[in-house]
Design a protein. Structure first.
Length: 503
């Protein structure tokens, strides 16, 4: 296995031996110079999948040197059209090896095969094509400027690559959220160093094979595995050879990264935590609101940054809504990713299971009415050792309760009734976070009015998780810094220069 990085993503059941997840630096799969590694365990049954190389300062130094050499070499000399054509080949090769990527992501996350096949892996591949096309088709500005001699001057803007980009990825949708950053960064002509989550090393490693197969120059795409403090994460964010850091993850980690990037005044783009609210008005399409809300609470076992953990339902339909969402939650099928009909997998790790269960205990201690769930499901055989929790719904808590104030990142929500629009908006905004919201109503005027007042980066009206990648994406308040998507990604991944020509 040591020389077969693609096998790093094979499901545990198919594994004949433990895997070795290597770094990918300058086009080669390499071990850590210090020989350090850590375990990767299956979320489904806690069996040992393999060992992940832990990178340190030497690996980050090597990756930065390789990335800089690529930008000074063949990658830096490529035209936009040539880069775009190469990124289309990357997407096509991911699609050709679709089964490998699905297997790698299932092994790492334990989530259902259907979700990987129909959403996370296809959208991960599409990010390369979408951003390659955006870069080719977004114009810069130009101005004719009058001068005292009457001849004038021409001012025009150029977009140039920012340099080496550090990409720090989360574990909840590893390929999708990684390529959401790597795609535009490479399309703009940068080289990247990816630090995947220690929980999900598979698809980032596998993508190295794809880059080599389609002829991406060595050093353009690098992967250094590791942890945060005193490991690859810290060394990457402190390295002054890294021009910018893009990160998706916890707000607390984002704060630490800002401190690390302050030396050298380097740019950051963050999508951080959320405590997203759903607002359901009595005049909504009830069935659509239930279906959309069910997805927003329980998709990916609640491990979605845009997921809904707070629901505010207009009082006339409150009891009916609670009962209907309870029925949906109890109809979810929990089980291993390959099993037919499964739509709820495990949490990512035993550590995260402990965190989520601590909030289940807090809700009970603070007096919540447990509508459904609140514990661990009974799982057969070895699955009993996995990171499973029950889909859970609470009512009856005050807005000061822990499970209403703090991000849990699990398959759970609290439902609160409201009596008027102003009350719903006030409760939705009463949080330090501001990532997303979903509003369900058939009153178009109300929909626009409420959308303008909820303090978030993205609002859905009568839908959830519907994304046009040309639109701005990011959070407000403590949910993020900056925007990505479409031209907004170009603004982060390039430096905009003005050229003034005296005529």
């Amino acid at each position: 296995m040591a020389n077969d990085p693609s096998a790093a993503g094979a499901p545990p059941a198919a594994a004949a031996a433990l895997k070795s997840f290597k770094h990918f630096i300058n086009g080669e799969f390499v071990d850590s110079k210090g020989g350090k590694s850590f375990e990767k365990r299956s979320p489904a049954d806690n069996t040992l999948i393999g060992h992940v190389q832990e990178g340190g300062q030497p690996e980050i130094d090597a990756a930065v040197a390789a990335a800089k050499a690529a930008m000074e070499g063949p990658w830096g000399r490529m035209s936009i059209d040539e880069r775009a054509a190469l990124l289309h080949k990357v997407a096509d090769e991911i699609t050709r090896r679709f089964g490998d990527f699905v297997a790698a992501e299932m092994a790492d996350t334990g989530q259902p095969k259907s979700m990987m096949e129909h959403a996370f892996i296809p959208r991960g591949a599409a990010n390369f094509k979408i951003f390659a096309d955006v870069v080719k088709n977004v114009a810069t500005e130009s101005f004719m400027t009058p001068t005292p001699d009457g001849a004038g001057a021409l001012n025009y803007a150029l977009r140039v690559p920012k340099g080496v980009i550090g990409v720090i990825c989360p574990w909840n949708a590893p390929l999708l959220l990684m390529t959401w950053k790597v795609g535009p960064a490479m399309a703009c002509g940068n080289a990247v160093i990816v630090k995947p989550s220690e929980e999900t090393p598979g698809t980032a490693t596998l993508l190295g094979e794809v880059m080599n197969a389609v002829g991406v120059p060595k050093g353009v795409y690098n992967v250094v595995h590791g942890l945060g403090p005193n490991s690859a994460g810290e060394f990457l964010t402190k390295h002054e050879g890294v021009a910018a850091i893009t990160f998706t993850g916890e707000t607390r980690t984002g704060a630490a990264i800002i401190k690390n990037t302050s030396d050298g005044i380097r740019d950051v783009s963050f999508e951080l935590g959320g405590k997203n609210a759903g607002l359901i008005f009595a005049d909504c399409d009830f069935d659509a609101a239930i279906e959309g809300t069910m997805r927003s609470v329980f998709l990916n076992c609640g491990q979605v940054c845009l997921g809904t953990e707070r629901l505010y339902v207009e009082r006339p339909i409150f009891d009916k809504f609670v009962a209907a969402l309870k029925a949906k939650a109890e109809a979810l099928k929990t089980g291993p990713s390959e099993e037919k009909g499964v739509n709820l997998g495990p949490l990512i790790s035993k550590e995260h299971q402990t965190k989520v269960l601590s909030y289940y205990a807090k809700a009970k201690a603070e007096g919540a009415t447990i509508v459904t769930g609140g514990g661990v499901p009974e799982m057969p055989g070895a699955l009993a050792n996995g990171s499973w929790v029950q889909p859970t719904i609470w009512t009856g808590l005050p807005e000061t309760a822990s499970v209403i104030r703090e991000e849990i990142f699990g398959p759970c929500c609290h439902i609160t009734p409201f009596d008027d629009e102003a009350d719903a908006i006030r409760m939705a905004n009463d949080t330090k976070y501001g990532l997303s919201t979903a509003i369900w109503t058939s009153n178009l005027s109300r929909a626009h009015r409420v959308a303008a007042k909820v303090e978030v980066g993205i609002t859905w009206i009568n839908s959830w998780f519907l994304r046009d990648l040309r639109t701005p994406f990011g959070g407000s308040k403590q949910s993020g810094i900056g925007r990505e998507g479409g031209v907004h990604s170009l603004e982060f991944y390039t430096e905009l220069r003005n050229v003034c020509v005296k005529l």
